[in-house]
Write a protein that binds this ligand. Sequence first.
Ligand code: FAD
Ligand code: NAD
Length: 464
Amino acid sequence: MNTLNCKVLVIGGGPGGYVCAVRAGQAGLDTIVVEKARVGGTCLNVGCIPSKALIHVAEKHHVLTEAARGDSALGLSASAPGIDLSRTQVWKDGIVEGLTSGVAGLLRKAGVRQIEGTATIVDGKTVRVETDAEPVTIRCEALVLATGSVPADLPGLPFGGAVLSSTDALGLTERPETLAIVGGGYIGLEIGGAYAKLGTKVTVVEAAETILPQYDTALTKPVMARMKALGVAFELGVQAKAHDAEKAVLTVARGDEETGIAAEKVMVAVGRRPVIEGTGIESLSLDMEGRFIRIDTQCQTSMRGVYAIGDVTGDPMLAHRAFAQGEIVAKHLAGDSAHWDKRCIPAVCYTDPEIVTVGLLPDAARAAQETTATAVFPLQANGRALTLERKDGFVRVVYDKQNELVLGIQAVGAGCAEMAGEFALAIEMCATLTDIADTIHAHPTLGETLQEAALSGRGLALHI
Ligand code: FAD
Ligand code: NAD
C-alpha cells in the first residue's frame, strides 16, 4: 500500500476544506486534500451556485410569462415562453465546471496535493483513502475535518423515485406539473419559488406555524405575499406523512386530520446532517455539540492536532462561514494566533424578495440590551426600487439608543442580497447610526435605504 506523509491533511474539498488547503499551501505548509467527489463541495456542485443559477433562469421565465399574459406594466409583450430544462442544466453545469476546475487550479497553484478518493479516519494522525487505483495511507501532523453535510430525509419520505433531495431537484430535466416542498426553510423557499416561476404548481408544507421560523414575521411576510402571488400554496403547522407516486398525492397531517396535496414530485428540505457516520470520525470519540463536532475559537476539536470546519461543526451552515473557518485553521497552523473574532456572519436567503440578516435581530438585541431600538426605511420610498418595479420590503437597523451603536441590520427586498457586504462591514467596524447616515451613498441605489434608515433612527429621515 502506498503511504504518503504531510504536515496538513484536509478531508473534504468543499468551501471549508479547499480554502484551508489553499491557504495552508500558500503559507508553505506541505498540504494534502482528499475529496471523494468534486472539489467545491456542496456549494459549487449541488448548492449555492446551482440553486442561484436555477433562480436566475426562473426569474427570466417569469418576466416573459408576465409579458405573454399581457400583465407587463412596462408595456412589454412576448409570446408564451417555453423552457428546455436539459439545456438549462447544460448551462448550469458549465458554470459549475468552470468554478470547480478553478478551485482545482488554485489548489495546484498553492502546491497542494489533491487525492481523489474516500477517506476513512484511522486515528488523529492517520487516514486511509480508497482511490480508483490502490488504497493510500496518509500520515499527517494536523488533520482537518471538512466533510460537510448531506440532505436529511424523513422516515415516511425516504429519498428516491418521486421523493427528491435538493440535489435531485436542482438536476431535473423535466418541469413537474405539481411539486410539494416539505420544509419552508432556505432550500424549500429558494427552490420552490424558482419552480413556481417556471410554471409548476408548488405547495410548501412546513411543520412550524410560519415559514423561515428563525426570522420575525416582518421579514417573512413580504416573501409569503410574493410567493402566494406567484401561485404557491402554504400548508403550515402540518407534518408530511407519505407520498403516493401513482396518485401523485402527498398526505399531510394536522393533528389527527389528514389531507392530500397534489404532488407529482416531493422535495424534502428539512435540514442537513453532518457527514460523520461511516467516515471513521466517530472512532476519534471527539466532544460533540448535538450531532455536530464541537470546536473552540481556533476550530480545534477536543483532540490535539485535529480541527473541524464548515457544516460538520453546525449552524449556520453557510459557505462563507466555512471559508472563514478554513482561513483561521490555515493561519493557526502556519503559526499565527488567528481565532474566531467575527462580530457577525451575514445570511442571505435568495427568496423573492431576498432576505438579508446581519448581526442581531430585534428580539435577540432587546434580550441582550434593554436600550435597543429599531429604525426602518421602506423600499417604496426608494427611487431605484421603483425603477426595478419592486417596492415591497424594507431595510431595518437595530441599534443601541444609548450610543447609536449598530447591533444588527436586516432587509427584505428584491436585489437586497447585494447589500449584505455593506451591512456586514458596518457591524464588523462597529459603525454607529451617524457613521452610516454621514456616508454618501450613490443615487439611485438600493443602498440609500440603509442610509435613510440610519437617518430615521437619528430622527432625521429625509425622503419619507
Ligand atoms: P461541503 O460543501 O459539504 O463539502 C464537504 C466535502 O467533503 C464534499 O465535497 C464531500 O464530497 C467531501 N467528503 C465528505 N466525506 C468525505 C470523505 N470521507 N472522504 C473524502 N471526501 C469527503 N450557503 C451559502 O452560504 N449561500 C448559499 O446561497 C447557499 N445555498 C445553498 C443551496 C443548497 C441547495 C444547499 C444544499 C446548500 C446551500 N448553502 C449555501 C450551504 C453551503 O453549500 C454549505 O454551507 C457549504 O457547502 C459547506 O461547506 P463545507 O466545506 O463545510 O462542506
Ligand atoms: P432549514 O433549517 O433552513 O429549513 C428546514 C425547515 O424545515 C424548517 O423551517 C423546519 O421547521 C422545517 N421542518 C423540519 N422538519 C419538518 C417536517 N417533518 N415537516 C415539515 N417541515 C419540517 O433547512 P434547509 O432548507 O434544508 O437548508 C439547510 C441549510 O442549508 C440551511 O440551514 C442553510 O444553512 C443552508 N442553506 C443556505 C442557503 C443560503 O445561504 N441562501 C440556501 C440554502 C441552504
